[in-house]
Design a binder for this molecule. Structure first.
Ligand code: 39S
Ligand code: ZN
Length: 765
């Protein structure tokens, strides 16, 4: 029985790649230094999987930024503004596309399906001249082979690639991206030919788009593409891999009938319906890659239960055609439990990170062919039992409070326009008020203080003093810049989710459980293992302190329940919505404590509300209903005069705008500048929006400093579709990843742009 891994984390167990990248970008190390770190990481990953006994080991799942951007490089689809002149694409052009450079902004970045990973969106049109411009897939295949590991090279499949793209600037929005299929297939053929020549016997095409709601035309593109590739694929075993949900029935038919394909991979964790499809018929003689080990979570696999699923599948596809696999790439889980010596022993026994999941996959494969490791299986069974019965998982009071939520809608007592009037009386803000999203730059010094406090090398007193000084600096800076609604800058927070996770009961946190979010940026999602409650106030001390430093309104800053849920590793022993309601109750207590402490503006970030939207339309309504309800629970109890803000990243909101309105926040700030103002088109189409809104006026993901003119232009464009009295002026998102040298001039230009427009507006009225 064979084993397979869809993909593996690339950052390294101690984020080696992150540090190598950032040092290279800062000019502190050479391209060779970066290449060396990258090669060492790849080699240790391959060696580890090979030592663990994995038969199908992936290559080309490593990336210095993003696998979709790697595909763009492979196809030579570099937008002309990056000045590429042909030849093999190097770091210069590659990182300019990813991060922008002094003169050109970065390409758009967006969410990878419903994960917290982000990819760089390809920009395509009829004018693009595709050419084979990055040989990375072949180079990495050979690199592994030289190390004695025969791998399965992985490519983003041609159809998913096109469906993940967008029309380039100047190309009709209605342009059919799929019409480019015959232009990119020849490049794929070149890559395949080279891989074959290098000795590859298997190749994996990731086609995750197959789990979405696709039309006949899109499904037809798969049939067409793989028929066209059939000849060049002959002699190779070909795996088409899907993940993140079940494959709809129509897509399943298309997929399993593809020409030239010898194996099909399915996510059997999130896609339990796929199991029925397979039982209803699977093409004979083909391989089934059964993704039973969850790549999206940190829970140890229930090996006994997986084994029974696998045995049933074996009966359908045959012993020699079943391959045990992960549900998706392990990119979305933490790297290695070995680096968590401080984690509670019992909780640790319930967990498996990427390295442990590789072992689980192999153990399942061996068990199927009669080499069951009894000790390993019984240890696993004991951990499953302990998790089911452990008293630390259950909190009766919390369960009762959550059950009591049923039956109420949890709405504020007045409508938004009455509330905005009451708030304006108190706040007395100018038109086009300026604000920021919350965090200010996280300097090295700040990180050092937090780290040393955590390690008990700095006393509580000194720590509070250091943070206080930082808040004071941020407050003074905002006053100098003349920003209207201030923030304290979040210096006490490592991350907007982890910080709350560390203070709530029912959560565990890790020391090294990093997961890549984008580029070199990683997050350490907390682990929700039990019922959630708030032992004490979490932010009131810092927010009150910050408010005492200024006469201007200071926003209380919280992360909302849906975002805490979506950016944590969530327990899988109860429905997600139940966990979300529990978190909502904890945040509600915090909102009310902030109000009592005299905070008049409270921002409850729901950055990840959109990303949690199920991939399939049929499930949207149910999710949005409980997600929006959870948000309302947090703030339905405040006074009219308390202004509730929320913030969201990524503006693909056209389809869910009514749910966003239904959140009933007083002000919403939304990412906007990096996605071509898609957001504004919603309002252009006539959706009525009466609450305050701040579409981001510049991109904070790039080091580039926007000019006053550029920002003023953007705001004017917004004013063409939105009423002047509801518009706020703010950046796209928090500033924690930026440097002060970037933030100061950018915010100064932002305030100047707002003032310029206020003057213009006053003189025209
Ligand atoms: N959870 C979450 N998801 C999100 C976002 C977000 O802010 N949070 N934002 C959106 C964009 N994604 C982002 C993801 C990460 C970062 C980010 O800045 N990450 C930091 C890590 C931040 C962090 O938690 N750092 C800690 C830990 C510091 C640290 O590295 N400590 C070392 C100690 C060793 C050493 O570095 O010396 C360790 O713990 O190992 C801190 O500052 O306190 C990074 O990768 O650089 C930004 C945006 C979408 N998804
Ligand atoms: Zn944001």
């Amino acid at each position: 029985m064979a084993s397979h891994i869809v993909g593996y984390p690339r950052m390294g167990p101690k984020r080696e790649l992150k540090f190598a990248l950032e040092s290279f970008w800062d000019g502190k190390s050479s391209a060779e230094d970066l290449q060396k770190v990258a090669a060492d990481l790849r080699s240790s990953i391959w060696k580890q999987m090979s030592d663990d006994g994995i038969k199908f080991i992936p290559s080309n799942t490593f990336s210095c930024y993003d696998q979709v951007l790697d595909t763009t490089a492979m196809l030579g689809a570099v937008p002309p503004r990056y000045g590429w002149n042909g030849g093999e694409i190097g770091f210069d052009v590659y990182f300019s596309m990813a991060r922008g450079n002094a003169s050109v902004p970065a390409m758009e970045m967006t969410k990878w399906f419903d994960t917290n990973y982000h990819y760089i969106v390809p920009e395509l049109g009829p004018e693009v001249n595709f050419s084979y411009a990055s040989h990375k897939a072949v180079i990495e295949y050979k690199e592994a082979k030289d190390l004695g590991v025969d791998t399965v090279p992985v490519l983003v499949g041609p159809v998913s690639y096109l469906l993940l793209s967008k029309p380039a600037k100047g190309v009709e929005k209605s342009f059919s991206l799929l019409s480019l299929i015959d232009k990119i297939l020849p490049i794929y053929e070149e890559v395949v030919a080279e891989l074959k020549a290098a000795g590859a016997t298997w190749i994996q095409f990731d086609e995750p788009k197959l789990v979405m709601d696709l039309g006949a035309h899109e499904l037809q593109a798969f049939t067409h593409a793989y028929s066209a590739l059939e000849a060049s694929l002959s002699g190779l075993n070909v795996l088409v891999e899907t993940y993140f949900a079940d494959v709809p029935a129509e897509a399943y038919k298309t997929l399993t009938a593809l020409k030239g394909v010898t194996g099909f991979g399915f996510d059997l964790v999130r896609g339990s319906k796929t199991l029925d499809l397979i039982k209803g018929g699977f093409p004979s003689g083909k391989y089934l890659f059964a993704g039973v080990v969850d790549g999206r979570n940190i829970w140890a696999n229930d090996l006994a239960s997986s084994l029974s699923v696998l045995s049933a599948l074996e009966g359908i596809v045959g012993k020699d055609k079943l391959v045990v696999s992960t549900s998706c790439s392990l990119l979305h889980t933490a790297v290695d439990l070995v680096n968590e010596p401080k984690l509670d022993k019992e909780i640790k026994s319930w967990l498996a990170f990427a390295a442990q999941k590789v072992v689980e996959v192999n153990a399942l494969a061996k068990a199927l062919c009669g080499q069951k490791d009894e000790a390993f299986f019984s240890e696993n069974a004991a951990a499953q039992t302990s998790r089911k019965s452990s008293p630390r998982v259950t909190n009766e009071a919390v369960q009762q409070a959550a059950a009591a939520l049923k039956g109420s809608d949890h709405r504020r007592s007045s409508n938004v326009s009455a509330r905005l009037d009451a708030q304006q009386k108190k706040l007395n803000l100018p038109i086009l008020p300026t604000t920021t999203i919350g965090s200010f730059p996280q300097t090295l010094e700040l990180r050092r203080v937090r780290r040393e406090y955590k390690a008990k090398k700095v006393s509580e007193e000194d720590y509070v003093e250091a943070i206080k000084k930082e808040i004071n600096k941020v407050v003074k800076l905002q006053e100098e810049l003349d920003i209207d609604v201030l923030v304290h800058g979040e210096p006490e927070r490592n991350d907007m989710v982890e910080y709350f996770g560390e203070q709530l009961s029912g959560f565990a946190f890790t020391a090294n459980g990093w997961v890549q979010s984008y580029g070199s940026r990683c997050v350490k999602p907390p682990i929700i293992y039990g019922d959630v409650s708030r032992p004490k106030a979490m932010t009131v001390f810092w927010s009150s302190l910050a408010q005492s430093m200024t006469k201007r309104p200071m926003k209380g800053m919280l992360t909302g329940p849906v975002t805490i849920l979506n950016w944590s590793f969530v327990r899988n022993d109860q429905p997600r919505f139940e966990t979300c309601y529990q978190i909502a109750l904890a945040i509600k207590d915090e909102v009310e404590d902030l109000e009592k402490a005299g905070i008049t503006v409270i921002q409850i970030d729901e950055a990840a509300l959109r990303e949690g939207l199920p991939l399939r339309k049929s499930e949207h309504g149910f999710y949005l209903n409980w997600a929006v309800h959870s948000f309302r629970i947090t703030n339905c109890g405040v006074e009219d005069s308390t202004q509730i803000h929320t913030h969201m990243c990524y503006s693909h909101f056209n389809d869910i705008i009514h749910s966003i309105i239904d959140m009933d926040a007083d002000v919403i700030t939304i990412e906007n500048s990096r996605s071509d103002e898609k957001l504004l088109s919603v309002f252009r189409e006539g959706v009525k929006y009466g609450a305050g809104i701040g579409p981001g006026v510049y991109d904070i993901h790039s080091p580039r400093i926007p000019s006053e003119e550029e920002i003023a232009d953007r705001v004017e464009k917004m004013l063409a579709v939105l009423e002047t009295n509801i518009l706020w002026v703010n950046p796209d998102c928090g500033l924690k990843t930026r440097k002060y040298a970037e933030v100061k001039p950018a915010l100064s230009n932002m305030v100047a742009a707002a003032k310029r427009l206020r003057t213009k507006f006053a003189s025209s009225h």
